[in-house]
Structures are given as structure tokens and as C-alpha cells.
Design a protein around this ligand. Structure first.
Ligand SMILES: [Zn+2]
Length: 89
């Protein structure tokens, strides 16, 4: 599986939008790709922050907006800022 597709699966997984089959694919890829595993950790950490501080954290707004507008925009934003942008927002 290509990492580009995996990024989308990681985001979808964070929002519970994966089918069982997709979840399995993702787990398979994460088992052999430390980079994507790290990315998932970052996204889950971001999600946790967003849940704990829905108003104060700017990252929360980013997640909320992305969720409202859909994964496609999130992916485009992700491409624009590069992978490092996941951590800094
Ligand atoms: Zn990967």
C-alpha cells in the first residue's frame, strides 16, 4: 500500500470511518511502516488534545473544520503543509 493512501486511512480511522477491511489494510501497513505509525500517533494525540480543550487549542479548530469540510480538504491541506505540519498544525 502506498503511504499517500495510508494517510487518508489514518485520518478516516481517527474519525471511525473505516470499514473492517480498510482498518485491516491500515494495520498491515502500519506494522511495516514506522513513519505512518508515527503519523497516526500524532493525529491521535491531536484528537485527544482537541477533545480535552475544544475551545482553547487552535488545533481543535483545525480538526473540527476538517471534519466539517471533509477528508478531501484535510488531505489537500496536509499535502500543502507537508508531513511536519501534522505536529505543528
Ligand atoms: Zn507508510
Amino acid at each position: 500500500m502506498k503511504c499517500k493512501i495510508t494517510h487518508e486511512l489514518i485520518v478516516a480511522a481517527a474519525y471511525g470511518e473505516l470499514t473492517d477491511e480498510q482498518a485491516q489494510e491500515l494495520e498491515l501497513h502500519l506494522a511495516s511502516c514506522p513513519e505512518c505509525g508515527k503519523e497516526r500517533e500524532q493525529l491521535l494525540a491531536l484528537k485527544t488534545l482537541a477533545g480535552a480543550y475544544p475551545v482553547a487549542e487552535p488545533e481543535a479548530n483545525l480538526v473540527a473544520r476538517s471534519r466539517l469540510r471533509g477528508r478531501r480538504l484535510w488531505t489537500r491541506c496536509h499535502r500543502a503543509v507537508g508531513m511536519d505540519g501534522w505536529a505543528s498544525g
